[in-house]
Design a protein around this ligand. Structure first.
Ligand SMILES: [Zn+2]
Length: 364
């Protein structure tokens, strides 16, 4: 009897030890891998290796990232607490160039939304894309003529340019300066797509005169009513970057746009509780190089890889990867002066061409 009791007691003790050891794993079932969004979302600094994007815009990561400074003469970054000012150096250079050249179009400067996390990858909240350092959101709100406080950058609410019932642009808010900003962004060869709300695309279709070829790059998409989304192509040196499909030829103002003004795209989600991709993606879902990106050493400091006005982000990224000294800003960093020919107010109302509302698709 005593013998049996001793055996039971020992078995109970072993069981207790086993349970105690198993406890730290309680949040993840046996064999489960941690979600990639948690791993990438916790990295505060980029991978200090050569600038390369791996995978696709919505499933990948990148190394050699640099951050755009929170402030420049022609930009201010918003929502600083998110730590999403990071991008491939080509993306950061493009944003700096757009901010400077847009002032020549009468746009006072850019408010920058999210670019990427330091090493890209899926995010804890928000975007499905923005994972390989080649996507950036720019607000449609012009930069005010003063520096916003950190608090304002967190809390300032964005203004939607689109009426959510009609999906049409609010005419009181839309101006030719908005059109010129999008046209400037589309003018760069590295920009492959610009995502805007369908109402904004329709406004461009209705009002842009002269060269309309750039409208091909401007694609209608849900959301994007207070910001637009710039996507550049895979960059040289990134053989592991998966190219997106080419945009279809033409200005995109006909049949494909008409679909957006039917009921179909706005139907409520049939399965709102279905898990999102970021809630399922583990490291195994991402290109294998993303493990090395995740575990690569960080640069010495955030400042060492932050790009201010007149600094070539490519040179900063090269210095990051090789441990060299970060280059000095170029001498001539003056903002581009606005040309005389601009209207008195760049935000004067937009003349309408009166193109009728697109018809729903046949059979809808
Ligand atoms: Zn975006």
């Amino acid at each position: 009897m005593t013998f049996v009791f001793a055996r039971v007691a020992r078995a109970a003790a072993i069981l207790a030890t086993a349970l105690a050891m198993a406890l730290p794993l309680a949040s993840a079932p046996a064999g489960a891998e941690e979600l990639a969004k948690n791993l990438f979302g916790s990295r505060k600094l980029p991978a200090a290796t050569a600038a390369k994007s791996y995978g696709f815009y919505s499933k990948g990561c990148f190394s050699g990232g640099v951050a755009i400074a929170t402030d420049g003469p022609t930009w201010q970054a918003m929502r600083l607490s998110r730590n999403r000012r990071w991008g491939h150096p080509a993306m950061i250079n493009l944003i700096e160039k757009l901010s400077r050249e847009a002032t020549a179009d009468g746009w006072p400067g850019l408010l920058l939304g999210d670019i990427s996390q330091p090493r890209g990858g899926p995010m804890l909240t928000g975007h499905a894309s923005h994972q390989i350092g080649l996507d950036a959101d720019i607000w449609f709100t012009p930069m005010p003529d003063r520096r916003l406080t950190a608090q304002e950058r967190e809390n300032m609410s964005a203004t939607s340019l689109v009426n959510e019932k009609t999906h049409l642009v609010k005419n009181s808010l839309w101006t030719p300066a908005h059109m010129r900003l999008l046209r400037r962004a589309a003018s760069y060869p590295e920009v492959e797509r610009i995502l805007v709300n369908p109402g904004i695309k329709k406004k461009l279709c209705d009002t842009v005169t002269g060269d309309r070829s750039w409208l091909r790059k401007v694609r209608p998409f849900w959301g994007h009513d207070y910001h637009f989304h710039i996507r550049i192509g895979c960059q040289p040196g990134s053989s592991g970057c998966k190219k997106q499909a080419d945009t279809t030829p033409g200005d995109g103002c006909g049949e494909p746009l008409a679909w957006w003004f039917t009921e179909e795209p706005w139907r409520p989600n049939k399965n709102p509780d279905a898990p999102k991709a970021r809630d399922l993606m583990t490291m195994a879902s991402l290109p294998k190089e993303c493990r090395a990106v995740l575990n690569a050493p960080a640069p010495v400091s955030e400042a060492a890889v932050t790009v201010g006005p007149g600094v070539d982000a490519m040179a900063v990224a090269r210095a990051e990867a090789t441990g060299a000294t970060v280059p000095e800003p170029a001498q001539d960093t003056a903002a581009v002066a606005a040309p005389e020919s601009l209207p008195l107010s760049s935000f004067a109302p937009t003349p309408e061409m009166n193109i009728p509302m697109p018809r729903p698709r046949p059979g809808q």
